[in-house]
Write a protein that binds this ligand. Structure first.
Ligand code: IPE
Ligand code: IPE
Ligand code: MG
Length: 258
């Protein structure tokens, strides 16, 4: 049932397995990677794109169906103008150069975030890429650009009110959830942040309610398949209880309790 899939995990216990269905990553540490090599910060962003390619490939190999990457936050406009414009150019070139390959690999490409602030050329490329890849089913790659978790919730709230003219109260999570970014994906099972910081930085605030967190000091340009495997291993050893007791999760006990 479509609606059931949209319910938040605070309302429904999702089916989970050894391998996450949805991985969300804050790709942090590009600047420090470059600085360590006495290179300009932007060299780290360029190198970071290579890490993206590798992790996308690994997701496909491991059968992960959804990958969401934080590429540019709504707060990143505060960076020096030349770094912001380098990042915009890198994004533009990546859109031009990578989409055909993504499509060939049956990847569905999407961008989440407030796109109104982007250059019209970038917006057009995004729209074209989303249309081209809309029916692909190997992996859904969502890039968060000018994204903020608070923006997402507010935006969903406005859309929910618009969809319910005249209604002012009595809304539920199920009314809001379909209007959030990533509404058609399961909520992230695994959240990874590279670069050593242990914070959410206004990423998917609503959607991470029951996600497993994994932090690593590895800087994003060095986050390769081997490092990703370590994160996946850590995930596979977690016990996800969603509010229940550990005993309730044991099949025998669950059978007895029935
Ligand atoms: C993450 O790396 C990429 C973006 C935010 C675009 P940083 O640029 O934040 O790298 P550090 O944290 O300064 O090392
Ligand atoms: C978060 O990284 C955003 C992205 C990776 C795109 P930042 O490096 O901007 O986060 P803060 O400011 O250190 O929290
Ligand atoms: Mg950073």
């Amino acid at each position: 049932m479509v609606l059931k899939k949209l319910l938040s995990s605070t309302r429904e216990i999702p089916a989970t397995g050894e391998m996450p269905a949805h991985v969300a990553i804050i790709m942090d540490g590009n600047g420090r990677w470059a600085r360590k090599r006495l290179m300009p910060r932007v060299a780290g962003h360029k190198r970071g794109l290579e890490a993206v390619r590798e992790i996308v490939r690994t997701c496909i190999e491991r059968g992960i169906r959804h990958l969401t990457l934080f590429a540019f936050s709504s707060e990143n406009w505060r960076r020096p103008e030349d770094e912001v414009s380098f990042l915009m150019n890198l994004f533009l070139r990546a859109l031009e150069d990578e989409i055909a390959r993504l499509h060939k690999n049956r990847i569905r490409f999407r961008v989440i975030g407030d796109l109104t602030r982007f250059d019209p050329r970038i917006r057009q490329l995004i729209a074209d890429a989303e249309t081209l890849t809309a029916n692909n089913d190997q992996l859904t790659l969502s890039i968060a650009a000018n994204y903020g978790g608070r923006w997402d919730i507010l935006n969903a709230m406005s859309a929910m009110l618009a969809a319910n003219p005249g209604k002012r109260e009595g809304f539920s999570e199920a009314d809001l959830a379909p209007h959030l970014a990533l509404a058609d994906a399961p909520e992230p099972d695994l959240f990874i942040r590279t670069g050593g910081e242990e914070r959410v930085s206004n990423f998917l605030l609503w959607q991470l309610a029951y996600t497993e967190f994994y932090f690593t000091d590895i800087l994003w340009p060095e986050f390769d398949t081997a490092a990703f495997e370590v994160a996946l291993k850590s995930y596979s050893q977690r016990e996800r209880r969603f509010g229940r007791t550990s005993e309730q999760l044991q099949p025998a006990a669950a059978e007895e309790a029935r």
